[in-house]
Design a protein. Sequence first.
Length: 230
Amino acid sequence: MAKIDTEVVINDAIIASQAANKEDYQKLEQLPFVERTIIRFASIFIKRVQDNLIKANRVDTGTLSTDITEGELIKQGSSYSLDIGYPASSEGARYYDFVNKGVKGFKSGSPNSPYRFRSAFPSLNGPMVTAIQKWVKRNGLAQRREDQKYNLSGLQRKRKSVAQLNTGRTTAYLIARKIKQRGLPKTGFFDNAIDQVFNEQFYAKMAKAVGGDLRVYIKQATSLINDENK
């Protein structure tokens, strides 16, 4: 895995591992190896989720990138727990798994998804058509602000295409109808990140971290014994 600049969260405070804030960096470095390793891999996971969204051209308002977070690292005895994902109160929690696993259409699309549209036609004045109309307008505005002409990213090409559409409600209705019938494709941006980060390399690093902690503690204990025997 390529080296990734990481950000870590301790007690809900963001600490960049290479940040200018020396005090916060020192707090991180003072943690046991195991805790440092868990926190850093959690941060790498968040970065990978964000990268997967970009590669899948699924960045719109940016909510799915900004809402994902780490909670507090909790130690109970010899066990650790750390929540990573979308807080229940966040906007991203409402729809991230639809983007992740896809949604079956009324007629076709995403056959293995646990989600599906129950009808083939949206309501002209319903929330889906309204949301898509806003999406068309947002992408049109983003494209007009874009000054890059060549080597466009997938997202830039997508916005350029959307910018050609009429922003009226009829256009939004036609897009919504197509989505309802064909479904939403699976991106796996979240599930794939789990496999990409919490894999054999993670467990190997954890094994080294545990060994590192043990060596430190043994060294500390030996030092105390030696001091006692002086």
